[in-house]
Design a protein around this ligand. Structure first.
Ligand code: SAM
Length: 286
């Protein structure tokens, strides 16, 4: 069956003279089941407006249109527009925006296109822009949830707990803004062409309120980034990369004043410990 579905997509692309681009992360889903599962996992329904990033030939788009009030898909590759015109012709709740998602004001797009609906995101992302796209979605602060197919390792990192090897600055960033969960894995043979890695669907429900009290978000994330800057070193040494002006002795005092061991490593800290540390650093710098 997968062979038949692969051949049907290859024939569609050939008929339009379209060649897949590796640089644009074009690994298209070829089976019917995976897009349906992703769309179902997103929770899209008649009250939601779904932003899709990179519709490709519309495999996921059609599943989203079946469920959502409206779907708007941002596609960078203009060569896919005539194909989408054909594959999505049956859906009157679908619109393509021909643009680079990283250059769009996503909050404005959601406001204009999804009036009266709850905006959510659902996409099989181009893997090379996973981090900037997720950042832009969270910064827009208007999407109730984000359901994305990404590299499994990246998905695991985003859900990782403090003290694990996978936990890093971007895990803290995502977990500050949202509650992520891994949904299911997708093997390489479900794509055309198959990527070298296994993929996974991550669903993150964005938080209405931050999970910890943070007076200065910029300082909070400066603290988090500094804590992970030198992964093999202690937190104090790592903090020296951004707060060196305070000196090592003062930084050690501050870390201990937050109830942490002087030789703790940055990856041990959870959100509340980072919040406490950022507040202490802010006071020391004032
Ligand atoms: N949704 C389709 C599917 O699941 O079969 C295609 C997913 S494919 C992994 C990624 C899609 O994102 C491609 O259609 C690619 O052209 C598009 N894309 C790549 N970079 C983009 C960008 N910066 N802005 C918008 N779309 C982009």
């Amino acid at each position: 069956m997968a062979q038949e579905e692969r051949r049907a997509i290859e024939a569609l692309l050939a008929r339009h003279g379209f060649h897949l681009s590796k640089a644009r992360g074009q690994n298209f889903l070829i089976d019917r089941e995976t897009p349906a599962r992703i769309a179902a996992a997103s929770g899209a329904d008649a009250r939601t407006g779904v932003l899709e990033i990179g519709p490709g030939v519309g495999a996921l788009s059609s599943e989203l249109c079946r469920r959502a009030g409206r779907a708007v898909a941002v596609e960078l590759d203009r060569g896919l527009l005539p194909i989408l015109n054909e594959t999505m012709a049956a859906f009157d709740n679908f619109e393509v925006v021909s643009a680079d998602v990283l250059r769009l004001d996503l909050a404005a797009l959601a406001r204009e296109r999804f009036a009266g609906l709850t905006p959510i995101v659902c996409a099989n992302l181009p893997y090379n822009i996973t981090t900037p796209v997720l950042t832009a979605i969270l910064e827009a602060r208007c999407f109730a949830s984000v359901t994305v197919l990404i590299q499994r390792e990246v998905a695991q990192r985003l859900c990782a707990a403090p003290g694990t090897a996978a936990y890093g600055a971007f895990s803290v960033y995502l977990q500050y803004h949202a509650e992520p969960a891994l949904c299911f894995e997708v093997p390489p043979e479900r794509f055309l062409p198959p990527p070298k890695v296994t993929s996974a669907v991550l669903r993150a429900v964005t938080r209405r309120e931050p999970p910890v009290a943070v007076a200065d978000e910029a300082l909070f994330f400066r603290t988090v980034n500094a804590a992970f800057a030198l992964r093999r070193k202690t937190l104090v040494n790592s903090l020296m990369t951004a707060f060196g002006a305070l000196g090592k002795a003062r930084l050690t005092e501050l870390v201990v004043s937050c109830g942490l061991p002087a030789d703790v490593r940055g990856e041990r800290l959870g959100l509340s410990e980072f919040a406490r540390l950022a507040a202490a650093l802010g006071e020391a710098e004032a």
